[in-house]
Design a protein around this ligand. Structure first.
Ligand SMILES: [Zn+2]
Length: 436
């Protein structure tokens, strides 16, 4: 199935993403303030700025992503079953036991063997999905060497941090036979919070250079907007995302003291000042509405459900297959491929749920951003730039299942509705802003 899907895309030629032929910073006539301003017509005028060839291409890229969710799921499930059926998982456990007699060390050694084997077996799909395909659609900037370097770094991080998490969780399963799913989910929640908190400070710099942004032309309006909205920030960060990709983006990351807003250099290079401000308004919405802590709370619920499901599911499967797969019990590290298989099924089913929760927050951030930045045309420009890798106008069900952000059409349309209700801000003689 992987090979089939892989070759299905090979007709797309490698070439840079198609740029809009027109200057998207020029507000189209239908979106200019006037007595007969109409949000639908203004939206269509912006949509018409995207050349048909670019639309075809990004639709194909985005729809291919739907299938990849399925292929990833089937492929990783097959790998897990292979490890169980061939009893490689039991052999890896045996090897770990020969290396050390200490349980935590055995767990760690098993984890190293496991992630290396998964990385090797998963490489064909990983290579196609994140290298070949990204280049076919003109979204990648890395040659093979640096890309492999990043893959290697990610594997190392997974070995160390994932290994420590595995040691902790298996110790809990060994010590608390009946209640491990409760204590395990508490431990996993704490680990998730720690991972989010250290991410921007310790993990992101492994892959990219994050620096303070020093251009007052960009930072002054952003910091004014931040202070006006109760964000005590004095710095805006930039990240050299162009090392890996042509995608424009920005994000809010971290937790408590490490919470920060970061723009990527593609946005800084290609976005107009209005566009950058509109995107920052959106990111500030995430910040002010505490979307990261709220999402962590939601994740806690999902983690608890997953552990309860694993407690029940692993018990059920082991009763039937433990002899066949040579797994001793649920505290045996050799159970890991089975746990991964079951978690994979759960998260595959939960895909639309996770997308809906994220999309709801993104919609909130959009609405906050319109009011904070007052740059609806800048936001329309951003939506057009993002259309390089997102389908602009999905069907309703398609959006509900697959979209973790509002669609580009929806974003331009709500920006134009906002503009229509605030036309006085855009008439020729605007009131003077406060101290510049
Ligand atoms: Zn967002």
């Amino acid at each position: 199935m992987f090979l089939f899907s892989g070759f299905g895309f090979s007709s797309a030629q490698a070439q840079p993403a198609t740029q809009p032929a027109v200057d998207i910073t020029q507000v189209p006539p239908a979106a200019q303030p006037s007595a007969h301003f109409n949000a639908d017509a203004a939206t269509e005028a912006y949509m018409a700025m995207i050349p048909p060839a670019a639309k075809t291409r990004s639709d194909a890229y985005f729809e291919g992503g739907y299938w990849l969710i399925l292929w990833d799921f089937l492929y990783s499930s097959a790998v897990c079953l292979l490890l169980l059926e061939l009893r490689w998982s039991a052999r890896m456990r045996d090897l770990a036991e020969r290396i050390s007699r200490y349980k935590p060390v055995q767990t760690f050694v098993y984890w190293i063997e496991y992630v290396v084997l998964i990385a090797v077996l998963g490489f064909p799909l990983e290579f196609y999905e994140n290298f070949v395909r990204e280049h076919q659609y003109g979204l990648a900037t890395q040659s093979f060497g640096p890309w492999m370097g990043d893959e290697g770094k990610a594997l190392l991080v997974n070995m160390v941090l994932g290994g420590l998490a595995a040691v902790l969780l298996f110790a809990i399963v060994r010590k608390l036979r009946k209640t491990w799913w409760i204590w395990g989910s508490i431990a996993a929640i704490v680990l998730a919070v720690v991972a989010v908190a250290i991410g921007p400070v310790f993990l992101q710099p492994i892959f990219n250079k994050v620096t303070r942004l020093n251009d007052p032309k960009i930072t002054v309006p952003i910091l004014r907007m931040a202070h006006a909205n109760g964000i005590p920030a004095n710095d805006v960060y930039q990240i050299d995302a162009s090392r890996q990709t042509t995608r424009m983006s920005a994000n809010v990351s971290g937790f408590a003291n490490t919470m920060r807003i970061t723009l990527n250099d593609n946005l800084l290079r290609r976005g107009s000042p209005e566009e950058i401000q509109s995107v920052m308004g959106h990111e500030m919405g995430h910040y002010v509405m505490n979307h990261i802590p709220k999402f962590l709370f939601f994740l806690s619920v999902v983690i608890s459900i997953s552990f309860a499901y694993l407690y029940w599911g692993l018990g059920w499967a082991l009763k039937r297959f433990e002899a066949r797969w040579e797994i001793r019990d649920v505290s045996d590290p050799a159970v890991l491929p089975l746990a991964a298989l079951m978690a994979g099924i759960l998260f595959f089913v939960l895909t639309p749920v996770m997308n809906n929760v994220t999309r709801m927050q993104e919609k909130e951030a959009d609405m906050f951003g319109y009011n904070a930045a007052r740059q609806p045309d800048g936001f329309a420009q951003a939506a057009i730039h993002l259309s390089e890798y997102r389908k602009m106008r999905p069907g309703r069900l398609e959006e509900w299942i697959f979209y973790d952000h509002p669609s580009g059409y929806d974003r331009i349309h709500s920006a134009m509705i906002w503009k229509g209700e605030n036309l006085e801000l855009f008439e020729k003689t605007p009131s003077q802003p406060a101290a510049q």
